[in-house]
Design a protein around this ligand. Structure first.
Ligand code: TXA
Ligand code: MG
Length: 320
């Protein structure tokens, strides 16, 4: 959807406007010390669906959740001693920590791509911190570029890539670091998932131990059994179903589906369907049904990412 993108100065009024738009569920790009982020409130599935739409992403990957301080981070994630050491040493700063998700804290399952861990970060850019304090809630922010393009380090760069697709860009000048945050998984033995603004030697100095390096850095798990997730259904998943078979529940898409237990989007809107996907799968799985049949979802817009996720869920299970 084309729209006018507001260009905001990173002064008091601009920051207030940006935070008001974010609270309404609109997309706002803001500067961090690493790269410009494409921000959306992390408690609203619809806002998160629009992030994937604006970036034109073919798959759902979990997004980094930005918060104003460690106290806010601890509302959403469980911090081990090691995670707390790293947060105390490097926050605010270019480090994202993956930690176990606390249950029922209201984060969008789409923002987490169904994972039961969450990547949290407190950026050090003063404008980012002011925005986060004014929003007073978690903000998902991937880099503000279309999928496959370079991460943007200036407002002009963001405008070039996403102008007309997002509500506003908060111009805070060029980003200092220029590469994304380092990501460390602290839900297990500390493991480096992505190199970035904080170097491994500094992590090791604080932890007093070596940091493992993931062989396939934060690659999306291929088999559903490998997805540590309470949204990975236990039920079998049958795709492109026109009607449920005995013992099945039907996850519908589109109008006139009287047999559907739940419907991703009665109007056939792929963005609405994306917003509902992980929540609906979890809800149907909780019925205890042996199999979830899913209506065909067109491979257009976010339908590509929805099909990617459903195909993973429907793939033969290789785990024990
Ligand atoms: O520097 C940055 O971190 C920038 C600025 C804007 O803050 N943000 C950024 O966000 O790079 P994003 O959403 O593009 O990074 C997402 C990556 C995912 O591709 C994945 O590798 C990792 O973060 N990630 C997020 N949540 C995760 C989780 N629960 N487990 C493992 N990896 C996760
Ligand atoms: Mg990126």
């Amino acid at each position: 959807m084309e729209r006018n993108t507001e260009l905001l100065n990173a002064e008091k009024a601009g920051i207030l406007r940006a935070s008001a738009l974010l609270r309404e569920g609109q997309l706002v790009s803001f500067p961090t010390e690493t790269v410009y982020g494409l921000g959306a409130t992390a408690v609203d599935d619809k806002a998160i669906a629009r992030v994937f739409e604006a970036k034109n992403r073919p798959t759902f990957n979990p997004l980094i959740i930005h918060v104003a301080d460690l106290a806010m981070a601890q509302q959403f994630g469980v911090f081990s001693q090691q995670a707390e050491k790293l947060a105390n040493a490097f926050w605010p700063g270019p480090l994202s920590l993956v930690v176990p998700l606390k249950p029922d804290v209201g984060l969008s399952p789409l923002a987490l791509a169904g994972h039961d861990t969450v990547a949290l970060r407190v950026p050090s850019h003063p404008v980012a911190l002011e925005v986060l304090r004014a929003v007073n809630g978690p903000v998902a922010a991937p880099s503000a570029n279309p999928s496959g393009a370079l991460s943007p380090t200036t407002a002009a760069h963001v405008l070039h890539g996403l102008g007309g697709k997002i509500a506003a860009i908060l111009d805070g000048g060029p980003c200092g670091v220029g590469v994304e945050s380092t990501i460390v998984d602290c839900s297990t033995t500390p493991t480096l998932l992505r190199h970035g603004g904080v170097v491994p030697e500094d992590l090791m100095r604080i932890l007093g131990q070596t940091v493992l390096e993931a062989t396939a850095p934060s690659a999306a798990p291929k088999a559903p059994g490998l997805l540590r997730s309470h949204y990975a259904p236990k039920a079998r998943v049958r795709l492109n179903a026109l009607a449920p078979e005995p013992g099945e529940v039907l996850l519908g898409f589109g109008p006139n589906l009287v047999d559907a237990t739940l419907n991703l989007s009665p109007t056939g809107d792929t963005t609405e369907a994306a917003a509902n996907l992980f929540r609906c799968l979890a809800e149907l799985d909780a019925t205890g049904a042996a199999s979830i049949a899913v209506s065909p979802v067109p491979k257009t817009g976010l339908g590509l990412a929805i099909n990617d996720r459903l195909e993973r869920a429907a793939a033969p299970r290789t785990d024990p």
